[in-house]
Design a protein around this ligand. Structure first.
Ligand SMILES: NC(=O)c1ccc[n+]([C@@H]2O[C@H](COP(=O)([O-])OP(=O)(O)OC[C@H]3O[C@@H](n4cnc5c(N)ncnc54)[C@H](OP(=O)(O)O)[C@@H]3O)[C@@H](O)[C@H]2O)c1
Length: 273
């Protein structure tokens, strides 16, 4: 995959992609900020496939900073789409409103938040590339010291209030990366849902982490999303269907238990990012 460029390689998904594709070129800030059209053009020169894993991902921060979110998630994506022969764009289940999940690739999006809206507009910008692949994912986790992903937050042992009504498919970053590598190698285009095989609520996920990592679960307090009062609205009855990936990909999307077993092995080995 020497003709592949990963943008956003310092992030959680980009980091897993980097490990899965050691031959790929990578860019990171400050060398390339995707808002800088000329820098993007220079970075993408010679690449056949560009995987865009860079985005403004903090959902509540986006709600309070809509201009910054649009500049990165929409205009930044457009800058990449203009010059990438084949763009693989990372998107999210947050393009849906969570009224009727799980969602298939062809269901009509209806985002609730600035993050979701800018990622959906980012999808439209991504479609301006000559060839495009949109990967929708959600609740990505991995054993990655220094990361604030959900697994690492639970492992920190700090008290957490966790919603019982946000239902989704937890997704191991390494498993997601493996599936994206397959899309890139086979040059598969269109929209793909790539998430873990199980759909469960966030509190249930947290208690399964505690069980698997032998933690005291008493620091995990179940609450409703309403009680949590997060600044940005969340899709509740969400999650994504993976029938297409099951049918067409060789990569198997893991169950929560399989994914947690793999994360636990990394933890025991003391994996570093
Ligand atoms: N994590 C999830 O649960 C999840 C769920 C659904 C979809 N996704 C999507 O998957 C993709 C990757 O997510 P992630 O969890 O890996 O995110 P992340 O850990 O927050 O990483 C984001 C990456 O984007 C880079 N970045 C941010 N603004 C940039 C800019 N203006 N120019 C260049 N690079 C910039 C960051 O660089 P710095 O290190 O310099 O900040 C970092 O490398 C995103 O498109 C996200 O929307 C993630």
């Amino acid at each position: 995959m020497k003709d592949t460029l990963i943008i956003g390689a310092t992030g959680q998904v980009g980091g897993a992609l980097r490990k899965a594709m050691p031959d790929a070129r990578v860019t990171k800030r400050p060398e390339v900020d995707i808002r800088d059209r000329a820098a993007v053009e220079r970075a993408c020169a010679g690449a056949q496939t560009v995987i865009l894993a860079a985005a403004l991902t903090a959902v509540d921060y986006c709600e309070d900073h809509p201009n910054e979110a649009r500049a990165i998630n929409v205009e930044g994506t457009r800058n990449v789409a203009r010059v990438a022969p084949h763009l693989i764009y990372l998107s999210t289940e947050y393009v849906f409103d969570g009224e009727g999940g799980p969602y298939g690739e062809d269901d009509a999006p209806s985002p609730l938040s600035v993050y979701g809206r800018t990622k959906l507009e980012g999808e439209l910008a991504a479609r301006e590339a000559k060839q495009w692949t949109i990967v929708r994912t959600t609740v990505v986790f991995s054993y990655r010291p220094g990361s604030k992903n959900f697994l690492m937050q639970v492992l920190s042992g700090k008290p957490m209030r966790i919603p019982v009504d946000q239902i989704s498919n937890p997704t191991l970053a390494e498993n997601l990366a493996e599936a994206i590598v397959e899309l890139a190698q086979r040059r598969l285009t269109g929209i793909w849902n790539l998430v873990g095989a199980d759909r469960l609520d966030r509190y249930d996920f947290a208690t399964r982490i505690a069980e698997r990592f032998e933690l005291d679960a008493s620091q995990l307090t179940p609450v409703s999303t309403r009680e949590l009062a997060q600044p940005a609205a969340r899709p509740l009855n969400a999650g994504l269907k993976i029938d297409k990936a099951r049918r067409e990909l060789k990569t198997r999307l893991l169950t929560v238990d399989e994914a947690l077993n793999m994360a636990r092995r990394q933890w025991r080995l003391g994996a570093r990012p």
